[in-house]
Design a protein around this ligand. Sequence first.
Ligand SMILES: *[C@@H]1O[C@H](CO)[C@@H](O)[C@H](O)[C@H]1NC(C)=O
Ligand SMILES: *[C@@H]1O[C@H](CO)[C@@H](O)[C@H](O)[C@H]1NC(C)=O
Ligand SMILES: *[C@@H]1O[C@H](CO)[C@@H](O)[C@H](O)[C@H]1NC(C)=O
Length: 338
Amino acid sequence: MITILKIAKTSFITLVLGVLLVISYNFSHVMLQSYGLSEKPLTFNRVLCHSSWKWESLNFNVSRRTKLFLKLKDFFWDQHTLSLPLPYGTMGSKLILQKILATLTNSDMPGIVDSLKCRSCVVVGNGISNKNSSLGDVINKYDVVIRLNNAPVRGYEEDVGNKTTMRFFYPESASYNPIVHNQPDTLMVLVPFKQEDLSWLNWIVHNEKRVMKGFWRPPPLVWLGELNQLRILDPFFMYSTATHLLQIPIFDKTATTKNPFHPTTGILAVYVALNYCDVVHLAGFGYPRKDDPEQLIHYYGHNTMKDMVHSYHNLIHEVQALRRLEDSGAILHLRPNS
Ligand SMILES: *[C@@H]1O[C@H](CO)[C@@H](O)[C@H](O)[C@H]1NC(C)=O
Ligand SMILES: *[C@@H]1O[C@H](CO)[C@@H](O)[C@H](O)[C@H]1NC(C)=O
Ligand SMILES: *[C@@H]1O[C@H](CO)[C@@H](O)[C@H](O)[C@H]1NC(C)=O
C-alpha cells in the first residue's frame, strides 16, 4: 500500500502528479478494437456517443460547464463569487490575472470541437499501464485528447498516440519547448496552484524579470510555445473537483495552507472532461497493484513505486472517486490492445 504522509512540499510531488491510480491492470470493460480501428473517426464517435452516460446520474450537484478558461471579461462580470485563494479561486490574484489576460486574449476551445454535438474525450494519464498498450491509434481518434504535465509523446506514439488537443501543466511540470511533445495547435492549459504560478506566466507573457522563489522545482526560464495557444484553467474546476468529486475539506484553513491535499492534475482533467465532454475515456490511469518498490510507475522515465511514498495529494480519495465514476458508467478505462 501507499503510505500517504502529510509532509510539505517535497520534490517527490512531481512523481505523483498526473499518475492516477489503482485501476490497475483490470481494465474491465469494453474492448474498443471491436469497433474497428480502421473506421473513420466519425463512425467511431457515433458508436461512442450512442452509449453516452448522463451527467444527472452522477451524484454531484453541479451544472456542466463548458467554458473552461479564464478570460478578462470574467473579472468585470465577476462571476467568481468564491472568495478563495488559488488553487480554488482568484482571491488575491485578480490584478496579475487581469494583466496576463489583457495579453492572452484567446480563451476559447478550438471551434471544431466546440461545435460538435457529441464530444468524445480521452484523458491520457502517465501510468505504466500505457506501456506496450498499443492504444495509440485508438487514442488518436477521440475529438479531444488531454495529456498531463510533461508526459512525452515522441517515441511513444504506438502506445499513447500523437494527438494532443490540450495539455494541462503547471510551471514545475512545464517543458521549456512544448513543440517537441505537442502539435502546433495544442492548447497549453496552465493549472494555477499558487500565486507564483501566475507570476511565472506573467514573466513568460510579458518577458518580465524572473524571480525563482516559491517553486518546489525550478520552472523553465524561457518558454518557446505560442502565446496564442496558452490558456488558464478556471479555478472553478479545481474547486469543484475538490468539493464535489473528492469531497476534501478545503475550507479548513489548516488543510489548505499547511497540508494542502489538492487534487492532482490527473483527477482535475477527468473532472474537466466530465464537464466538457459527452464521452470520457481514460488511458494510463493505473499502476501495478503489486507491492514492489522497484516497480516503474510511468510509461516513460525511471520513477518507481518507492518515489511515491511522499505525496501531498490524497490519492485514496482519488482512487475511490474514479471507482465511483467507473461504476456509474461516466468513465471507461481503455483496455490495452494485444
Ligand atoms: C442542487 O443545487 C440547487 C441550486 O444550487 C439547489 O436548489 C438544490 O437544493 C441542490 N440539490 C441538492 C440535492 O443538493
Ligand atoms: C514492454 O515490452 C518490452 C518488449 O517486449 C518488454 O521488455 C517490457 O518488459 C514490456 N514492459 C511492460 C511494462 O510491459
Ligand atoms: C501522427 O502520426 C501520423 C503518422 O505518423 C502522422 O501522419 C500525423 O501527422 C501525426 N500527427 C501529429 C499531430 O503529430
